[in-house]
Write a protein that binds this ligand. Structure first.
Ligand code: PLP
Length: 387
């Protein structure tokens, strides 16, 4: 089998120790050993969310966690303010509509982060307090944009609406301070910066959210955070959990903790800077605006005349380098390169080199080595300027 390197913004390259953990024999999901493990995993996630409150684990991808959060917090007819900055934010709004909520949308120009002043103005204008909840995206994977989640806190607190955050592709790679910032529900998933396989969503609940579990009437059965919270107290899940994935997540947390949060946060930021520098040197146009760059995914349009789809195909077929294309209206316009998962500086340099070769093959004007050199300058900070 040919060796491939995964640079997707999820799922990501998973380390061997994490993959091997899934080969463990299964145990009783209602027995004491598994209960201890499930509780331990949830406890280890709490500081990553920045909360002392409960974290529940769901057998689903991240979208299931988003659906569970909306369904468990709100009731049909509730007005929610969605603040999409890309595809995943729009998905959040669609989930709320599907569950019978009335969704108002605060639009943001593509490539920009949500403007705190715009959110504040919108919430201040809601003098009748019609808005019951605000849906936010920490890191928008489709545009490579990251919101500064500390910037919305004052406006949200002032208004009092329940805040639900999709931090699926932000969690773990940047610090999240749920309790300090006062967010009510934060959702993440296993297959992004935690670098485990896909199939688990994790949801952190603040005190106001827990109180609300009783009142919400959106139709739900499987994705019910009230049931999930009750079972989590005895180290269980309401339904059969993906036991092997819990082993993997436990092993992924071992790796995360062995590095330490500071190093992990720094690594993602460094990789993102290196990739952006390389892309710029190679004539790509970075999609995210200055100050709004994600640390987990770089979205960029290739140089004029280079078809993103063909570039991705060549990288995959000829070099074993797997990047993503654009989604929705950005399909065929951009490529996206993730920084998450078990990837090394050497992997990044190899991928940038492969991109240079693919650009050359596409007859793009490339100064060979310029991308690698730009990345190196970020990664080791010692390489001189090109001659
Ligand atoms: C990956 C991702 C999700 C979840 O997608 P699933 O495929 O359901 O795991 C949600 N939001 C963002 C921002 C993501 O990057």
């Amino acid at each position: 089998m040919r060796k491939t390197l995964l640079f997707l913004p999820g799922p990501v390259a998973v380390a061997e120790s994490v993959l091997a953990a899934m080969a463990r024999p299964l145990e009783n999901h209602r027995g004491p050993e598994f209960a201890a493990r499930l509780t331990r995993v949830a406890d280890r996630l709490k500081p990553m969310f920045g909360t002392t409150g409960p974290v529940v684990l769901l057998g689903s991808s991240g979208t299931g966690g988003m659906e569970a959060a909306v369904a468990s917090m709100f009731s049909p007819g509730d007005t929610l303010l969605a603040c999409p900055i890309g595809v995943f934010g729009r998905r959040f709004a669609e989930i709320a509509r599907a569950l019978g909520c009335t969704v108002e949308v605060l639009d943001t120009p593509a490539g920009a982060a949500l403007d705190p002043a715009a959110l504040a103005a919108r919430l201040e204008a809601d003098t009748g307090k019609r808005i019951a909840g605000v849906l936010l995206t920490h890191n928008e994977t489709s545009t490579g944009v990251q919101n500064d989640m500390s910037a919305y806190v004052a406006a949200l607190r002032e208004h009092g609406a329940i805040s639900v955050v999709d931090s699926v592709s932000g969690f773990g790679a940047s610090r999240f301070r749920m309790d300090e910032w006062g967010y009510d529900v934060v959702v993440t998933a296993s297959q992004k910066a935690l670098a485990a396989p896909p199939g688990m969503a994790m949801v952190a609940l603040g005190a106001r959210a827990i109180a609300r579990l009783e009142a919400s009437t959106c139709p739900r059965f499987y994705f019910d955070l009230k049931k999930a919270l009750e079972f989590s107290k005895i180290g269980q899940t309401p339904w059969t959990p993906p036991i092997s994935l819990v082993y993997a997540l436990d092993a992924a947390l071992d790796r995360y903790e062995a590095s330490g949060v500071d190093a992990v946060v720094e690594r993602h930021a460094l990789y993102a800077r290196a990739i952006r520098a390389a892309f710029e040197a190679l004539g790509f146009t970075i999609f995210s605006r200055p100050g709004a760059h994600s640390v987990t995914v770089v979205a960029a349009a290739p140089p004029a005349g280079v078809d993103p789809g063909k570039l991705l195909d060549e990288l995959r077929v000829e070099r074993g380098i797997i990047l993503s294309g654009g989604q929705a209206e950005l399909a065929g316009k951009i490529v996206r390169m993730g920084t998450m998962g078990d990837i090394s500086e050497t992997d990044i340099l190899g991928a940038i080199g492969a991109i240079e070769i693919a650009l050359l093959d596409a007859d793009a004007p490339v100064h060979l080595g310029s991308g690698v050199q730009a990345a190196l300058r970020e990664l080791i900070g010692k390489v001189g300027a090109p001659a």
